[in-house]
Write a protein that binds this ligand. Structure first.
Ligand code: DGL
Length: 247
């Protein structure tokens, strides 16, 4: 099976990492819209337009499935992309909410959603979690984490002070949904901030769990074909992919 993976930038590589670990696909085609990242501070119409542009890009390849490895796009543009696509399109929000449900039995659990401003404003996660009867759910827009990740400032004081700024009034949650695919790249730092006491829900692992529940994968592909594209500076994206995915 040949799969497309789309994100606004490099964050979707965290999803590719999970796909590679589970050896699900024969070929993976990645596209990051690095010329226009971040999406998470833009409005619905812009996110929709950019997402439909990305869909056109993937129409050049004979893919069987497109994974929208961006929570912001999944929250705002999934239906429209599905209507316009000649292949199946799956998003990370539904998968993430389901993974949270599978991981947290107690509906009284204190769940914190971290996402971009757009994802948080969409209430996409909150609506799904409330349909699963969770009562203690809160969401926090942490959009500044996106440029910090794009700049690869994982070990920086900038990240530490940004976390202090966003989390100063937050009690340690039982679970944190990393509702942006950029955030797994700083998951160790987020987890450490809360003394590693919160269960982290990661879009990449969530989508693997979701796909494995829907598709019968008969074969493993330990060495899939990988292609990386970006709307700007593809070499920079390839360099991050190499490092992050140990290629
Ligand atoms: N990686 C995207 C997400 O999952 C967001 C980054 C952006 O703001 O473009 O929401």
């Amino acid at each position: 099976m040949k799969v497309g993976v789309f994100d606004s930038g490099i964050g979707g590589l965290s999803v590719v990492k999970s796909l590679l670990e589970h050896q699900l696909f024969e070929e993976i085609i990645y596209y990051g819209d690095t010329a226009r990242v971040p999406y998470g501070v833009k409005d619905k119409n812009t996110i929709l337009r950019y997402s439909l542009d990305a869909l056109e890009f993937f129409k050049n390849f004979d893919i069987d499935l497109l994974i929208v490895a961006c929570n912001t796009v999944s929250a705002y543009a999934l239906e429209e992309m599905r209507e316009a696509a000649p292949f199946e399109v799956v998003g990370v929000v539904e998968a993430g909410a389901l993974a949270c449900k599978n991981a947290m039995n107690n509906t009284q659990s204190n769940i914190l959603i971290l996402g971009t401003k757009a994802t948080v404003n969409s209430k996409a996660y909150e609506n799904l979690l409330s349909s699963y009867a969770y009562e203690n759910v809160s969401a926090l827009a942490t959009s500044l984490f996106v440029p910090i990740v794009e700049e690869e400032l994982y070990e920086s004081e900038v990240l530490q002070s940004t976390m202090r700024h966003y989390f100063k009034d937050i009690q340690t949650p039982d679970a944190i949904i990393l509702g942006c695919t950029h955030f797994p790249l700083i998951s160790a730092q987020i987890s450490a901030y809360f003394d590693d006491k919160s269960k982290l829900i990661h879009s990449g692992e969530a989508i693997v769990e979701y796909l494995e529940s829907k598709i019968k994968f008969a074969k493993k592909f330990p060495e899939p074909k990988l292609k990386f594209f970006a709307s700007e500076n593809p070499d920079a994206l390839k360099a991050v992919a190499k490092k992050w995915l140990n290629l």
